[in-house]
Design a protein around this ligand. Structure first.
Ligand SMILES: [Fe+2]
Ligand SMILES: [Fe+2]
Length: 283
């Protein structure tokens, strides 16, 4: 199958639409928690950020869908908007049900260039999801919370995997359709963006810097596992990404840049002297 063709568009839109899973966040089998698990759930540092990101995504993606002329692509992006809105509802429900204290998230404002916003968001999602897959597995291995939580969040991880696969196919289709091919500038932008995020993570693990905003994933990881090493972190992210990507039609494009950069980061941390102790301090 040739990229940028009608057949390509049919495949990436249909496979996205056909893999939709129906559920209501409010009626999922949320477990009652003992005091230790409750404390752990409340100690996870990113609930406010997650709530804001998902709510904003729901509004922005839904608004972008309305601007699209192609009916099939519009249908797929409308569905993504509904899924992001549902993620926002799910996080909000979790915050309320377990009384997680968060400060009020900022007001959500829609950017003027909505296609640009959707594109930037797509690259961000590729980055965040890649690390989220690894973090999810780290928390599961550490038995940080009861299994019921992992059963609830596993389909959400898969939804994010569907979003990023849809995104990389959509953007390549769009660029070919517009006669541009893959933009070197766009690739350079993504490379810089991902590269600096990874550099921040390696530095955090090596204790060489405090770049909290770029170390979002590592900061979360620190909460879940006391003796997590950078090597283990990157290995698990790469492994879990491969696992989640196996569900997709091999003819679809998949996000490749971040797994490749992470393999480079993994080789770098393997070279770091052991006495530099990559193990992460617990709070
Ligand atoms: Fe989401
Ligand atoms: Fe998403």
């Amino acid at each position: 199958m040739k990229l940028g063709t009608q057949a390509h568009k049919e495949l990436f839109c249909r496979s996205f639409l056909d893999s939709y899973q129906e559920y209501n966040p409010e009626t999922l089998p949320w477990p009652d928690l003992d005091p230790v698990s409750l404390e752990r759930l409340r100690a996870i540092p990113f609930w406010k950020e997650a709530l804001y990101t998902e709510k904003k995504a729901g509004i922005m993606v839904s608004a972008f869908a309305k601007t699209i002329e192609d009916p099939l692509i519009r249908e797929a992006i409308t569905l993504q908007g509904q899924e992001e809105t549902r993620h926002g509802r799910l996080i909000q429900f979790l915050i309320n049900r377990y009384e997680i204290p968060i400060s009020q998230p900022e007001n959500i404002e829609l950017p003027l260039d909505i296609e640009r916003a959707f594109t930037d968001f797509g690259f961000e999602e590729c980055l965040d999801s890649f690390f989220a897959f690894g973090l999810f597995e780290i928390a599961r291995l550490a038995k940080y919370l009861p299994q019921a939580f992992f059963d609830i969040f596993d389909p959400i991880m898969n939804e994010e995997a569907r979003h990023i696969v849809f995104f990389v196919n959509w953007i390549s289709y769009l660029q070919i359709e517009r006669g541009r091919g893959w933009s070197p500038l766009r690739s350079a932008h993504a490379l810089y963006h991902y590269g600096s995020a990874l550099t921040g993570l390696v530095k955090t693990f090596a204790g060489a810097g405090e770049r909290e905003e770029q170390a979002f994933a590592a900061t979360g990881a620190r909460t879940f596992m006391d003796d997590l090493t950078a090597e283990m972190f990157f290995s698990l992210c790469i492994q879990e990404n491969q696992k989640r990507m196996q569900q997709f039609d091999p003819e679809l494009l998949q996000p490749r840049l971040l797994p490749r950069l992470s393999s480079v980061a993994l080789s770098v941390v393997k070279l770091l002297p052991k006495k530099n102790s990559l193990s992460v301090q617990t709070n």
